[in-house]
Unconditional design. Structure first.
Length: 202
């Protein structure tokens, strides 16, 4: 009875932590045009990414979110490579038919973006994006998330200024939903920095 009670109390204490799943938050402010944001090992047919992005509209719209998986022509081919920003967000690494690029622009329906203009706390209009993706593949696999803003015009202000919040979950049952699949020893190590994503607007 004592152990049952203690285990019950342990679960109650753990619930608030698990309810958030894997959560990543940050502010990316760099002169680089391509940057890694995070990774998660999604189970087959059950992975889910929910996100919120925010950035100044001028000059940072559009900014792209890129979803790579762990095949040899995907993340391993672009990470620590000498490829240009445009090459990193183009086939064969990013394939349009797999919905691997999320264009953060207020005219892109699946991005869930809108422009906020009347905010006295900010110097000018900004873009906020709330949406999600469900992940489908034949097996458990690592997905790697990066942000890009490729500029070829020398007069365009370079870099990224992106605030981000991302929630990543697996499955529908309690024990799988809130963990990356590697925590169940279902994924290998992957290539870690220092197929198909279905579009769903929330």
């Amino acid at each position: 009875m004592v152990w049952t009670t203690l285990f019950g109390l342990f679960l109650l204490g753990l619930l608030p932590l698990l309810a958030k799943g894997k959560y990543i938050e940050g502010h990316l402010n760099t002169h680089e045009d391509w940057e890694f944001l995070g990774r998660f090992c999604f189970l087959s047919d059950t992975g889910r990414l929910q996100f919120e992005f925010e950035f100044p509209q001028n000059p940072y719209e559009p900014t792209n979110i890129l979803l790579y998986f762990d095949e040899s022509d995907q993340w391993p081919a672009v990470y620590k490579s000498d490829k240009s920003c445009v090459e990193k967000e183009s086939p064969p690494h990013i394939k349009p038919e797999n919905n691997q690029k999320i264009i953060l622009h207020h005219n892109e329906y699946w991005s869930g973006c809108e422009v906020i203009k009347n905010d006295t706390k900010r110097a000018g209009p900004y873009v906020i994006c709330n949406a999600g993706r469900s992940f489908y593949s034949a097996r458990e696999r690592w997905w790697f998330i990066a942000a890009s803003r490729c500029t070829t015009n020398l007069t365009t202000y370079p870099g990224l200024d992106l605030k981000y919040k991302m929630w990543m979950t697996n499955g529908d049952d309690f024990w799988h939903k809130h963990f990356s699949a590697d925590e169940f020893f279902m994924c290998g190590e992957g290539v870690t920095p220092t197929h198909k994503a279905r579009e769903q607007s929330e």
